[in-house]
Design a protein around this ligand. Structure first.
Ligand code: ADP
Ligand code: ZN
Ligand code: ZN
Length: 732
């Protein structure tokens, strides 16, 4: 018997299965997915690996009699399933990663570090004892105490909680009246949440639920306005799955893994829920993984990596806010959650439900073509209209000498809201690195004439296009109106906080962004403070734009809608529409009607107009036209190659050679852009250059690109790092 083993190492040249002989004593223990130790390299150093496949002698093509033997197996169970192996192959082919990159996605780091399930020895009663063995009063007392908490406490806990002597306890164990047993304890969060009861579904919810449960389709897209009760539908779906003894994965964007979201699911399903996100410790992560593997948790809520948990009998994958860009991984494998979910649903024959108020252009395109079944929900469950949105033209503010971050309209609305004892959310999308430059007098934005994306200001005084590399000297006057009010925008949430305090010194202000939520529970405490009315104004980034359901918020202010509009990204308009709609959805969720004020220097931009009118269809029509014209997804793919190195000259030479090699591969209608320096042209002392290939190519072509790249990289592996990304989230 032989086994193909994937070696646990980052080296590129060993990214393939190696054949080993299975010693006879391991033959009935080993199987696909087992973690093993094998001798490797010229010195036959023992190294960790994973069984990729089991072969019989006949399967070996170039049989080599000197094939080495597996040393031992590391665990008494397979770490990976046969399904996992399919997913690993899929990830490697589609996202051009290494086997080991894909494997690492599926196993908790804890395993590698030797973490184990934690055991404790608990005390139980022996149910078969005779009544007259409990003739002494203290025997009976101790027996009853243990019986009432059967199997919860260790000896020490019984002694301290029940005030018994250890001597007595040991005596009863000795007599066989009590016994001890090893039990796995979990490090997961055991907090009890309020139980949330089922609500009577609205007609739209009912229809949505029934469609998903009763139609033969496999993939669904729910397009439902914010507050239409999608989450409630997810909960009912999970309930139905549990009834059928099937398990469910609920994926939410990392940032909306809010206490509120967790509360709703934990409140309904209690112990059945496993939580999986980036803030877990290695120990917690291992425990959740193990609990899922054992079938002890049939529902997982988590960020994208929860998709790879080993759930048994999976019936359903839900992707909430499917348009969110955190569903694309920025580390190897650079997978897209949606695409992998589709694959998993196909091989495991389960359903996929995606939901959003503002679906991604790609998904909606698939839905109208019939690849996903489209379900629409138009009404909020509270019967209220969507909040009224007003777009404020910030150029007018400038003309009136108002240079602050707030328009007069927004200031007046904040004041009125505070007076009414209602709450305000102020949103500033200060994400990413690049700022953009625009004229504060006419709204002109410096854009690349070739690519129609905004140019980025670089410290060396140049404006550079990050798609094609075009560079021009930055100007201090507006080329359109000659105004000197050419400014680049850099205000972040901290500055907003200071200004709010200046205008409204009596208001209580909270800020929620990466800086204020670093600590483990800070997110929850800010959330609770605001929910309990201990603050009047919540200022935040993306984090405040989704998942939050505060009944008392009646005003939402979007401070700089242009920020996302001018990102150097072909999805800028789509993103702006999504962000504004999402954050607007935080307003007016209670009894009182909500208002939204959007501040912009380009108030007539279609993505703002469409957001104001809740007109997704028009946005989609506009966007899909441009995508088709530019051959951007879903019509074409973008393959981004980034090279980085401390040696600038070597790097540029490498990138030009690569370009020449790639040119030989490229057929007719594919375009190669670059090589050019990346937006962030130097990062941690490394220079960065990129090449983009655009067009409608298949996996086979990308594989060839990868091979070309790796072949060239082999000789300079120590000096130049390369990465490949298909349809990257950002081009920085
Ligand atoms: P979405 O996920 O679409 O934004 P939610 O599921 O969060 O919507 O629902 C919005 C609000 O409406 C929540 O406060 C929720 O508790 C409430 N809700 C949902 N369904 C119902 C219902 N059928 N009846 C009454 N309230 C509901
Ligand atoms: Zn101007
Ligand atoms: Zn350009």
């Amino acid at each position: 018997m032989y086994a193909e083993i994937i070696i646990n190492s980052d080296a590129l040249e060993i990214d393939k299965p190696f054949t080993y002989k299975v010693p006879s004593e391991l033959q009935d223990k080993i199987g696909i997915g087992f973690r093993v130790k094998v001798p490797f390299g010229p010195k036959s150093r023992p190294i960790e690996g994973f069984v990729f496949s089991i072969l019989q002698e006949d399967d070996l093509i170039n049989f080599n009699y000197r094939v080495k033997e597996i040393l031992n197996i590391c665990d008494d169970y397979a770490i990976l399933t046969n399904y996992d192996m399919e997913v690993i192959k899929f990830l490697r082919r589609k996202y051009l990663c290494k086997f080991i990159d894909a494997i690492r996605l599926m196993i908790p780091v804890g395993i590698m570090k030797g973490l184990r399930e934690k055991k404790k020895k608990v005390v139980l009663v022996n149910e078969e004892i005779h009544e007259d063995q409990l003739d002494k009063e203290n025997y009976k007392k101790l027996y009853d105490f243990v019986a009432s908490n059967n199997g919860i406490y260790t000896k020490t806990e019984i002694v301290s909680n029940g005030c018994f002597s250890l001597y007595l306890l040991n005596k009863l164990i000795e007599k066989g009246i009590l016994k001890t047993e090893e039990q796995t304890v979990f490090r997961y969060n055991t907090r009890i949440y309020d139980t949330d009861s089922n609500k009577k579904l609205t007609r739209e919810q009912e229809n949505c639920l029934n469609t998903i449960l009763n139609s033969p389709d496999q993939k669904y897209l729910i397009k439902g306005v914010t507050g239409s009760g999608k989450t409630e539908v997810y909960i009912r779906l999970v309930e139905e799955m549990l009834r059928q003894n099937k398990s469910t994965i609920v994926l939410v964007p990392e940032i909306s893994l809010t206490p509120q979201m967790i509360e709703r699911f934990k409140g309904r399903f209690g112990e059945n829920v496993a939580l999986f996100h980036s803030r877990l410790s290695d120990g917690e992560r291992f425990d959740e993984w193990y609990r899922v593997k054992e079938g002890k948790a049939k529902l997982v809520i988590g960020a994208r990596s929860a998709l790879f948990l080993p759930l048994q009998n999976l019936g359903l994958i839900i992707i909430d806010e499917e348009h969110e860009n955190t569903y694309k991984s920025e580390h190897n494998p650079k997978y897209h959650t949606r695409e992998v979910s589709e694959f998993i649903c196909e091989i495991k024959d389960c359903k996929l439900v995606m939901g959003s108020a503002t679906p991604s252009i790609e998904s909606y395109y698939k839905a109208i073509r019939g690849e996903y079944k489209l379900i629409e929900m138009h009404k909020r469950t509270n019967g209220k209209e969507m909040p009224h949105m007003e777009i404020v033209d910030m150029r007018e503010e400038l003309k009136s000498k108002n240079l602050s971050l707030f328009s007069r309209k927004l200031l007046a609305e904040i004041e009125a809201t505070l007076k009414d004892k209602k709450q305000v959310i102020l949103f500033l999308n200060r994400r990413g690195y690049s700022t953009f430059i625009s004229c504060r007098s006419c709204g002109y934005v410096f854009k690349c004439p070739e690519c129609d994306v905004s140019m980025t200001y670089h410290k060396n005084g140049y404006l550079i296009c990050h798609y094609c590399g075009r560079a021009e000297k930055s100007k201090t006057v507006c080329p359109k109106c000659n105004s000197k009010y050419v400014k680049f925008f850099g205000a972040g949430t901290e500055r907003v906080e200071l200004e709010v305090k200046k205008y409204f010194p009596k208001s209580r202000v909270l800020r929620m962004d990466v800086d204020t939520t670093r600590h483990k529970n800070s997110h929850e405490s800010i959330y609770n403070c605001f929910k309990n009315g201990e603050a009047d104004i919540l200022i935040g980034t993306q984090m405040v734009s989704k998942g939050l359901d505060f009944k008392n918020v009646t005003l939402v202010g979007v401070l700089a809608a242009d920020m996302s509009l001018n990102l150097p990204d072909y999805r800028a308009s789509e993103r702006t529409y999504q962000i504004i709609t999402q954050v607007a959805g935080r307003s007016g969720r209670g009894e009182d009607e909500g208002k939204v004020i959007v501040q912009s220097y380009t108030p007539n931009h279609y993505s703002l107009k469409c957001a104001q009118e809740e007109d997704y269809e028009s946005l989609f029509k506009e966007e899909i036209k441009i995508r088709r014209l530019m051959e951007n997804p879903p019509f074409g793919k973008i393959l981004l190659i980034v090279g980085s190195s401390k040696f600038e000259e070597k790097l540029t030479k490498f990138m030009y050679t690569l370009e020449a090699d790639l040119k030989k591969l490229v057929v007719d209608d594919l375009t190669i852009l670059g090589p050019v320096p990346c937006i962030i042209s130097k990062l941690k002392e490394n220079y960065r250059w990129q090449i983009i290939i655009k067009g409608n190519f298949d996996d086979e072509f990308s594989e060839k690109v990868k091979d070309t790249l790796y072949l060239l990289n082999k000789s300079v592996y120590n000096e130049i790092r390369v990465s490949i990304d298909i349809n990257p989230n950002n081009m920085t």
